[in-house]
Write a protein that binds this ligand. Sequence first.
Ligand SMILES: NC(=O)c1ccc[n+]([C@@H]2O[C@H](COP(=O)([O-])OP(=O)(O)OC[C@H]3O[C@@H](n4cnc5c(N)ncnc54)[C@H](OP(=O)(O)O)[C@@H]3O)[C@@H](O)[C@H]2O)c1
Length: 163
Amino acid sequence: MICAIFATDESGNFGFNNGLPWDKSKGDLSFFKKQTIGGIIVMGANTFRSLNGFLPNRRHVVLTSDEDIHAMSTTHSNLEVFYDIDQMIESIGNNFWVIGGPSLLYEIGDKLQYDVVFHTVIEGTYDGDTKLDHQRIVKYLTHVHYRGRDGKTVHKYINEYKF
Ligand SMILES: NC(=O)c1ccc[n+]([C@@H]2O[C@H](COP(=O)([O-])OP(=O)(O)OC[C@H]3O[C@@H](n4cnc5c(N)ncnc54)[C@H](OP(=O)(O)O)[C@@H]3O)[C@@H](O)[C@H]2O)c1
């Protein structure tokens, strides 16, 4: 299955200073972990840099032209790096989670379609420098979760949330 999982605030902010716009405690990291554990996570170069290492028990697949990241894959067995999506698909097959950034989410959706897309909306608006264009992803959404300011309350919608 080709799946995507990501979060934004209420105005579509997706990233800030190569991290998340909101405090981690408000986010949905345990939900993200539960869904992706044991699987393959596909990401762009900046998202990989933002991890500052590796998430346990997941294969990391990175799309980039950055030769330093390509070189890292020779010494890390949980890292595979590709120059383009076609090359990636040929190598890893079609069972993975796309986690960001936004342009990669649109590109893989437009090229391959998604089976499952989880979008968590974090209550509130935060500083951001990377935004998700809701129009470009809404057609693929299968699950939208709205996480309250306390970080715990979750409401579930299917394709109903609009910015
Ligand atoms: N809210 C969330 O759920 C979430 C999830 C993940 C990340 N983030 C945040 O989002 C921000 C990073 O996002 P970003 O927009 O900068 O994007 P990104 O996709 O992580 O990185 C962009 C780079 O990835 C490479 N890339 C992307 N698509 C490619 C493709 N199809 N083929 C080859 N290379 C490709 C390119 O690298 P080269 O230029 O090196 O070729 C491109 O410059 C960070 O702040 C991060 O913390 C948030």
